[in-house]
Ligand binder design. Sequence first.
Ligand code: AOF
Ligand code: ZN
Length: 368
Amino acid sequence: MKTAATDIRYMTRALRLAARGRERTSPNPMVGAVVVCRGRVVGEGFHLRAGSPHAEVLALQAAGPQARGGTLYLTLEPCSHTRKRTPPCVPAILASGIRRVVVAMRDPNPQVNGEGIRKLKRAGLSVSVGCLEQQAEQLNDSYTHRMRTGRPMVVLKMAMTLDGKTATSSGESQWITGPAARRHAHQLRTQVDAIMVGINTVLTDDPQLTIRLGHPITRQPLRVIMDSSLRIPTTARVLSPRLRRGTLIATTRHAPRARLARFRRQGISVLVLPMEKGRVSLRACLAQLARRGVNRLLIEGGSELAASALQAGVVNRLRLYIAPRLLGGTDARGVIGGVCPSRLAHAFALSSLSVKKIGPDLLIEGML
Ligand code: AOF
Ligand code: ZN
């Protein structure tokens, strides 16, 4: 679509504002708004966190009466629905006297989905949609994915040797990659709403699954443990008094009843989900996480969970750290477990590949 240079300029500004909410707005999207009147910016705003005012409301408040007759640049269609935390924005836009609205993208939230745009048009405002749409989509890729599919966007992160092993024959796996790659991987946790591991990873590594390094920690991701028969010991670090409130165990009806009851008495959240191939159904679990507002989920292993996620077709991105070492041996664990398909044509193919060097290690990223 053809867009005027001034529209692009102000929308770029709105997108930059929106990005200031990064890592803070989830489960809500990042949104930026700019009010322009007679060639001058008279108000701007961005969404700071879920539950706080929407970008357009802040921008209109800042503009006050100067918004009259002006243009509002919005990185996302304004909301029109009412059963939520804050009042809808469309009435505020109509009351402000704004004459034209430029929207980067439609809001895929089923409760909005074009309704905000329709209401503005019906009220006689001039509305154009699609200015810098790709950038806006990119900015909120995980929010839009959740709204469109009912599942979080899934990033699978694994580490391996050059020959694809994640552990020695005796199970030693710490550490395959060097400190720089581990720091880099840890950083990923700041960009997600939840981290998931399989029970075997808890039993062998006893991870904390928290953000501990780097910049100021605004919130900890939810910890999700896939544990079909509820084998997790209550002494696991993710169930320590400090961490248990933010930990969720996903199990099946194979969980021993008395054990399940005891966990719940102790205030540990356990979800009993349908089974698939003898394990917790990943799709059912992801649907639950999406309902709880998880836009982006990081799967950190182990190899069996990685295989299940790939087979379930729910992995969107892969981050593979590769150490320049060889282990060899058919008895060493490979990075992806499960069963190998008999045909090469059934391999999981990656696209948009990128390769980076991190210290002595390599990072390969791709989309599935
Ligand atoms: C935001 N910020 O600036 C805009 C949003 O629970 P609420 O009241 O904050 O409503 C969240 C929904 O509002 C969100 O899913 C999206 O559809 C819409 N627009 N949300 O968080 C904003 N403009
Ligand atoms: Zn709104």
